[in-house]
Design a protein. Structure first.
Length: 133
């Protein structure tokens, strides 16, 4: 199913912002600078990274995000570490499972979440993150 980036972004915003801890009761992003949210700041790269993987293993998506998104993100240090990620403050990392699910669904693919192994700390998809980008 072909969708434009704008359509995909609208779907992902609807899905992710609605559960994000930074969302206010008025439905606004409460970040000091909403455009700094890495998920949408680098959205085309996020979509391309996710579409480059066809797997039921979330770790392969994490690797694709690290390779294609984190590598061009201003927050990543030279050694590949990311303080924002370590502090569970990157919405992309924190909600990656939901982001993958939303994009796969919107593009007509399915991501089977059964059998997902536990993730190491600082590696995405932990429930209830406190996002402060
Ligand atoms: S931090 Fe990002 S995911 Fe969360 S509400 Fe703001 S724009 Fe949406
Ligand atoms: S985990 Fe860090 S380097 Fe990767 S997108 Fe998020 S803020 Fe950027």
């Amino acid at each position: 199913m072909d969708r434009s980036f704008d359509e995909l972004e609208a779907i992902v915003r609807n899905r992710i912002c609605s559960v994000c801890t930074e969302r206010t009761t008025e439905g606004q992003c409460d970040l000091e600078s909403p455009s700094s949210c890495a998920l949408f700041r680098l959205f085309p790269q996020v979509v391309q990274a996710i579409q480059s993987v066809d797997s039921n293993d979330i770790h392969q998506y994490i690797e694709a995000i690290r390779r294609n998104v984190c590598s061009v993100c201003q927050e990543q240090a030279r050694d590949g570490s990311c303080e924002v990620r370590q502090q569970v403050q990157c919405a992309l990392d924190a909600y990656l499972l939901l982001v993958v699910d939303a994009i796969e669904e919107a593009t007509g693919r399915t991501f089977d979440k059964t059998g997902i192994r536990p993730l190491p700390a600082g590696s995405a998809a932990r429930p209830g993150p406190q996002i402060r980008l």
